[in-house]
Structure formats: structure tokens, C-alpha cells
Write a protein that binds this ligand. Structure first.
Ligand code: ADP
Ligand code: MG
Length: 303
């Protein structure tokens, strides 16, 4: 970038910002994104709506796919925003997660390849999923349906020599049977926290729900990752929230922080993630930084 070679006065805030950005761009290119030894299955959860769950799901998935991993996004939100963002067809007659949960359709018949990245795949949600919450109620093993389907599919993919490295499950903003299916299918929970209001209050309820699931349905579940999103460093509230979250969850909170940017919010209207829509933007950079951290932490804990 010009800032370093153009003789700008490097002490101006703008010049410093440009220099900082180009340094970060080089760092994400040089960064390592080690593949895990086993498929890591994340559920992205927060019972509040509009906190950045879907945005985080699709952009982390795209960042990891771009840097060499094979990644599956499972859209469990009837709104289908994750499907839209990765360019997956999710008109009402498309085979979807609904058919998997209710009619035992295998994931092979539901998964689409994203047009964005070679190694990014999506099991889309259609509007039918809105009814699944109720249709699931009388079903046998209703909390385990996603896990059974996913485990089989991951095994078959691995047997075929095409193992997935990551699965990201995007949840609706409520603790119904869809979200419970996600918690049961996952091993790791990633909680996005919006740095725009006092976020810790809602968190204790989420954590106690997760503890219940862990106790009764999925002993392997753990909150591995917390990501601060929609950060605006100019506000005191944002810095305060970030500090509080780090104090309470020092091990889980990623160093990378996702800023509030227009590029991030624009990308879905083009059926894209910000990783492909504007790869040089601070939003894309931040999600790549978060992805690298997640990959490196996984490599440490998996040995
Ligand atoms: P959730 O899935 O938790 O409901 P979304 O990911 O859909 O939340 O985000 C809610 C809204 O905020 C969307 O319009 C999205 O585009 C926007 N958004 C999310 N993250 C950012 C960000 N870092 N900067 C700007 N807008 C964002
Ligand atoms: Mg969402």
C-alpha cells in the first residue's frame, strides 16, 4: 500500500490506519490455517436475534474454505439468511434441512456447493423449516435427528476420501427443537457477542441452557469460542463490553474483533460473504484473522 512508500507523514491518523491495514493484510496471507485432525462441528448460538450469528457463520466458513479447509454450513434458521449469503438455492421446492429432519433425506441430497469457493458447501434452509419446530415434537429421538444424519454423512465423506474439516450450524434466535438439534449435533459452541449493548446479561441464560444440554443430551458440548462483533471503537460502550467479556471469558474470547462495517452488511444482498465480496476490506480481514485463530487453537487442542 502507498502509505509506506509514498512519503506520507506517517504520524497522521489516516496514514497510520493505512499502514496498519496493509500490515494486517500481509499477516492474514502469511498466517497459518492448520487443518484439524477430526471434523470440528460448531454451532453458532445466541438466543438474541441480530447479534451477528449468521454473518459470523458464513464469513468464518468462507474464510476457512478460502484458506484450504473443506467446510459445510448447515442453515437451521427458516429465514435462510445463511443459505442466501453463500449463494445456495433455497426456494421452497429445494431439498433442504427440513427434508433431512422430517423425512430422513440424506445430506448427500441436500448439500449444495457454494458458487463462491470450491471447498464451501451448504445444506440450505427453506421456508418449510418454520413448521419443523412443531412437526418435530411427536417424533422419535426428536433432539437427535440432525446429529444422526450429520454423523453418517461425515463418516461417508471421510470414507470416500473427502473428509470435511469444519461444520458450522447457524441457529434461529430461540431455544426450540431446531436449536437443540444443533447443540446435540455439535461439539463446540461459538457465541458471537455484539459490542453494542450490555451483552453479558443475556449470556448467563444461554450458558445455563448449554449446561443443561451438556448434562442431558450431549456431554461433549463445550463453549470453545467467543467472538466480539459489530465493534465500534469510537464508543465507550463497545470498549467496555469487549473488556468485560475478556475478563469473564479469557480463554474463549478470540483476540480478533469484528468491526461494524458497511461492507459486511452489504455482502449478503449480492449472495456473497464479505470474504469474496470485498476481500481487501477490514471486515474480510477481521474474519480471516478470527478464522486463523480458530484453526490454530484447534490444532493445539487436537494435538
Ligand atoms: P443474527 O443471525 O444473529 O440474527 P445477523 O448476522 O443476521 O444476526 O446480523 C444482523 C444484521 O446486522 C444483518 O443485517 C447483518 O448484515 C448486520 N451485521 C452483522 N454483522 C455486522 C457487522 N460486523 N457490521 C455491520 N453490519 C453487520
Ligand atoms: Mg441469523
Amino acid at each position: 500500500m502507498p502509505a509506506e512508500s509514498s512519503g506520507y507523514d506517517a504520524s497522521t491518523p489516516l496514514a497510520r490506519e493505512i499502514a496498519d491495514l496493509s500490515k494486517r493484510r500481509r499477516a492474514v496471507v502469511a498466517a497459518e490455517y492448520p487443518l484439524p485432525h477430526e471434523t470440528r462441528v460448531f454451532t453458532i448460538a445466541n438466543q438474541k436475534g441480530g447479534v451477528g450469528k449468521t454473518t459470523t457463520t458464513v464469513n468464518l466458513a468462507a474464510a476457512l474454505a478460502k484458506t484450504g479447509a473443506k467446510v459445510l454450513v448447515i442453515d437451521l434458521d427458516p429465514q435462510g439468511n445463511a443459505s442466501t449469503a453463500v449463494g445456495a438455492d433455497h426456494r421452497s421446492d429445494t431439498p433442504s434441512v427440513y427434508d433431512l429432519l422430517i423425512h430422513d433425506l440424506p445430506l448427500e441430497e441436500v448439500v449444495q456447493k457454494s458458487p463462491e469457493f470450491d471447498r464451501l458447501y451448504c445444506a440450505p434452509a427453506t421456508i418449510h423449516l418454520a413448521g419443523a419446530e412443531i412437526e418435530l415434537v411427536p417424533m422419535v429421538a426428536r433432539e437427535l435427528r440432525l446429529r444422526e444424519s450429520l454423523d453418517g454423512y461425515l463418516q461417508r465423506s471421510a470414507d470416500a476420501g473427502e473428509p470435511y474439516n469444519y461444520v458450522f450450524i447457524d441457529c434461529p434466535p430461540s431455544l426450540g427443537l431446531l436449536t437443540i438439534n444443533a447443540f446435540v449435533a455439535a461439539r463446540e459452541v461459538l457465541i458471537p457477542i455484539q459490542c453494542e449493548y450490555y451483552a453479558l446479561e443475556g449470556l448467563s441464560q444461554l450458558l445455563s441452557n448449554i449446561a443443561l444440554i451438556e448434562k442431558h443430551l450431549n456431554p461433549k458440548l463445550a463453549v470453545s469460542t467467543i467472538l466480539l462483533t459489530m465493534y465500534d471503537g469510537r464508543t465507550r460502550l463497545a470498549t467496555q463490553v469487549a473488556e468485560d467479556v475478556r475478563t469473564h471469558f479469557p480463554a474463549q474470547t478470540l483476540t480478533a474483533i469484528i468491526p461494524r462495517t458497511v461492507r459486511i452488511s452489504e455482502a449478503p444482498s449480492y449472495g456473497q460473504t464479505v470474504i469474496s465480496y470485498d476481500p481487501q476490506s477490514t471486515g474480510a480481514l477481521s474474519y480471516l484473522e478470527a478464522a486463523s485463530e480458530i484453526a490454530r487453537r484447534g490444532a493445539e487442542t487436537n494435538g
